[in-house]
Write a protein that binds this ligand. Structure first.
Ligand SMILES: Cc1ncc(COP(=O)(O)O)c(C=O)c1O
Length: 396
């Protein structure tokens, strides 16, 4: 039976990483194994203490029904509030300023549903995680791009946004530490963002999925550290990348209570919350973040150093990112991003993502994720650099 798709689904492109996974499968079927710097999905297991906490919690029948509160169980919200206080020095009320979520993707989608009507304007960084723009389009809204350029450290220039657009905008997405560029924001940038948002009556959604994947002692700030931020911001955090828990689907939103309530209203009508046993395990994870996070950071830092130093040895003008597990590699002379990604695949057996997947301003770069699936990750990185040295003539 042929059935027309809803207009809103027709308006959006296929999900990019489904395509990447399909390419990888096709190559494997043809007997070609790629060194996979593609999707940013942690390759290491969830820490044992979190799995044990889930095991115990799942055996308690009290965790089996719906989470009736809808907002998250007290144990989880207490752990979130303690984490926010300890990590960022930010106080959030467990009564009204925290919403548990089924992964941060879910939270990002539903905050758009909560606020965006047809024709509403949303300021979206470009390049960016695709969900911000796609879901804006889904709701009939207009995504206005904020270009992220290397010259500005991949931070948007609020002064470059035309005044009528700034006045019309209802929502603005920020994402620091940033996917795909690996850029970070200092607190002074968030101060500027809050001032811009308050002046123009815009809600900032700060996607903080990579807040703990940081290096060289850098501690990414929260936008909520800025005075007045709760009047114009909601921040989305996730356990996915911090604790190797992408498949568990557990995250939270925190910020101004009206924004949290709006998200909560959508969720009450769409899903029925996160499995309470997972919330209990997530609380255990957050309560022990200080002992776990340095282990995670040390592993990715080793990989980052090997990849970036290897690229530098090929002549690539690139600096080590201070955070995220992404390396945003400028294309060599004579290559567009799709051409460079294809050459890497065909000549070097390397899977990297062409920057255009993240938006028009991603052209000129490819993204390499440090989350490798090869059994010996350091050897795979070394091999990748060797394959580039021997497989291609590169100049920047
Ligand atoms: C910037 C960014 N935000 C959000 C997510 C979604 O993470 P999750 O839904 O697993 O919390 C991702 C996943 O890659 C991401 O890169």
């Amino acid at each position: 039976m042929e059935l027309a798709l809803a207009q809103r689904l027709q308006r959006i492109p296929p999900y990019p990483f489904r395509e990447v996974a399909a390419t990888k499968r096709r190559m494997l079927e043809a007997g070609i194994e790629l060194i996979d710097f593609g999707i940013g999905d942690p390759d290491m297991p969830t820490p044992d203490f979190v799995i044990e906490a889930l095991h115990e919690a799942a055996q308690d029948p009290a965790t089996h029904p719906y989470d009736e509160s809808g907002l998250g169980i007290p144990e989880f919200k207490d752990a979130v509030a303690a984490f926010a206080q300890k990590r960022f020095g930010v106080s959030v009320s467990t009564d009204s300023e925290i919403q548990s979520c089924i992964g941060s993707k879910e939270a990002l989608v539903h905050i758009i549903w909560a606020y965006i009507d047809p024709s509403d304007v949303v300021l979206v960084p470009d390049p960016a995680y695709s969900v911000y723009k796609v879901q804006t389009t889904w709701c009939g809204g207009a995504a206005f791009p904020m270009p992220l350029s290397a010259e500005r450290g991949f931070l948007p220039d609020f002064k470059a946004i035309p005044k009528p657009v700034a006045k019309a905008a209802k929502l603005m997405f920020l994402n620091y530490p940033n996917n795909p560029t690996g850029a970070v924001a200092e607190l002074s940038f968030f101060e500027e963002a809050v001032q811009f948002a308050l002046e123009n009556h815009i809600l900032i959604v700060n996607d903080c999925a990579y807040s703990e994947v940081a290096y060289d002692g850098f501690r990414p700030p929260s936008i909520l550290q800025v005075e007045g931020a709760k009047d114009c911001s909601i921040e989305i955090h996730s356990l996915s990348k911090t604790f190797n828990m992408t498949g568990w689907r557990v995250a939270w939103a925190m910020g101004g209570k009206d924004f949290v309530a709006a998200l909560s209203k959508v969720k009450a009508n769409v899903d029925s919350g996160t499995f309470m046993a997972i919330q209990r395990a997530a609380a255990v994870a957050l309560n022990r973040y200080e002992e776990w996070v340095p282990i995670l950071q040390a592993e990715y830092q080793r990989r980052r150093d090997a990849l970036v130093e290897g690229l530098q040895s090929l002549g690539c003008p690139i600096e080590k990112p201070k955070a995220t597990f992404y390396v945003w590699v400028p294309c060599p002379k004579g290559y567009s991003a799709p051409e460079f990604a294809s050459a890497l695949m065909e000549k070097c057996r390397i899977l990297a993502i062409p920057g255009g997947v993240y938006g028009e301003y991603g052209e000129g770069f490819v993204r390499m994720s440090l989350t490798l699936k090869s059994p010996d990750r350091m050897a795979a990185i070394g091999q990748a650099i060797e394959n580039m040295r021997t497989g291609l003539v590169l100049g920047w």
